[in-house]
Design a protein around this ligand. Structure first.
Ligand code: OGA
Ligand code: MN
Length: 301
């Protein structure tokens, strides 16, 4: 195991933890669904919309192939699921990119690909906006520019992870609440620290460690990089527990790795998944650009 000591450290500095793409589950085994026969650029009929919402209830990841949506079309499609949320992170870091349909990319402020990311949070397991009292329901990404190698998105099913916990751990975590915050998220992803103003604007919130999925009734682990420790417990103890639960939840059998193709639109349920981006090869040379929308959810219980 000493081979890693001399391995060159990539400039992006994101540690290579968690399952490798080739170890992880197939989309169908993960519980996801691939859809090839829908054109999302056009307004949906009522029947199509019913089908879409039913698919989303049954599958936490939906992969639509062969799409080509303008930002306006992605905006209109997203509205089928509910209220669209602006990109809080983008507003704090890059006001120009604060829009209902915004961009995730490895581009610097001049628009050039960069290995030294402005934003690293997406590369650590998380559930979108869990640092809000009312976190998000779903997120969708539409591939715009893809790198030749790497840059996959991984999803871990935290309902399956909860179900697979040893009975003693289910007892241990029952009733616990975890602190989620913008500040912890910055620290834990080795990103630029939150400013005092940013912390004041988004004070820490707490959520149940085990939440109930409002549609399926399943118990799920609610955790990730925005979460840090446990309410009413010494901080270090809570951190140890949250890290152990996250390591459990992100084991290969619970994970699907999405290898992006041109035209993909992928949407996922933030209530029962954590996700992360994997760095791509030669990030300083190759562009990775996706259009993103987020739908507001409900208070976790
Ligand atoms: C996100 C996110 C991961 C990726 O947009 O919320 O985490 O693969 N993206 O870009
Ligand atoms: Mn995310």
């Amino acid at each position: 195991m000493s081979a890693t000591i001399d391995a060159p450290r990539p400039a992006h500095g994101i540690p290579p933890t968690g399952p490798r793409p080739d170890e992880t589950a197939r989309l169908e085994d993960f519980g996801g669904l691939e859809i090839a026969d829908m054109d999302l650029s056009q307004p949906l009929t009522e029947a199509q919309r019913d089908r879409l919402l039913a698919m989303f209830k049954a599958h936490p990841v939906l992969v639509f192939r062969g799409q080509s949506l303008t930002k306006d079309q992605q905006y209109a499609f997203t509205l089928n699921f509910g209220e669209i949320e602006g990109a809080h992170v983008n507003r704090l870091i890059d006001a120009k990119n604060y829009a209902p349909v915004h961009t995730v990319s490895n581009l610097d402020s001049e628009g050039n690909p960069s290995e030294v990311l402005r934003e690293r949070g997406n590369y650590y397991w998380h559930s979108d906006k869990s640092y809000h009292a009312v976190p998000s329901l779903l997120t969708m990404l539409h591939a715009v520019e893809l790198p030749p190698k790497g840059g996959e998105t991984q999803f871990a099913n935290t309902a399956k992870a909860y179900a697979a916990l040893p009975e003693a751990d289910k007892v241990l975590v029952a009733g616990l609440r975890a602190i989620h915050s913008w500040e912890a998220s910055r620290i834990q992803s080795n990103s630029r620290p939150a400013t005092a103003e940013q912390m004041a604007e988004r004070p820490p919130v707490d959520h149940p460690v085990v939440r109930t999925h409002p549609d399926t009734g399943a118990k799920v682990l609610y955790l990730g990089n925005h979460a840090s420790h446990i309410v009413g417990r010494p901080v270090p103890d809570g951190q140890v527990l949250m890290r152990r639960l996250l390591a459990h939840a992100t084991q290969a059998p619970f994970v699907y790795t999405h290898r992006w193709r041109q035209g993909d639109l992928v949407l996922w349920d933030n209530r029962c998944l954590v996700h992360r981006a994997l760095p791509h090869e030669a990030m300083g040379t190759h562009r990775r650009v996706l259009h993103r929308t987020v739908v507001k959810g409900t208070v976790p219980y």
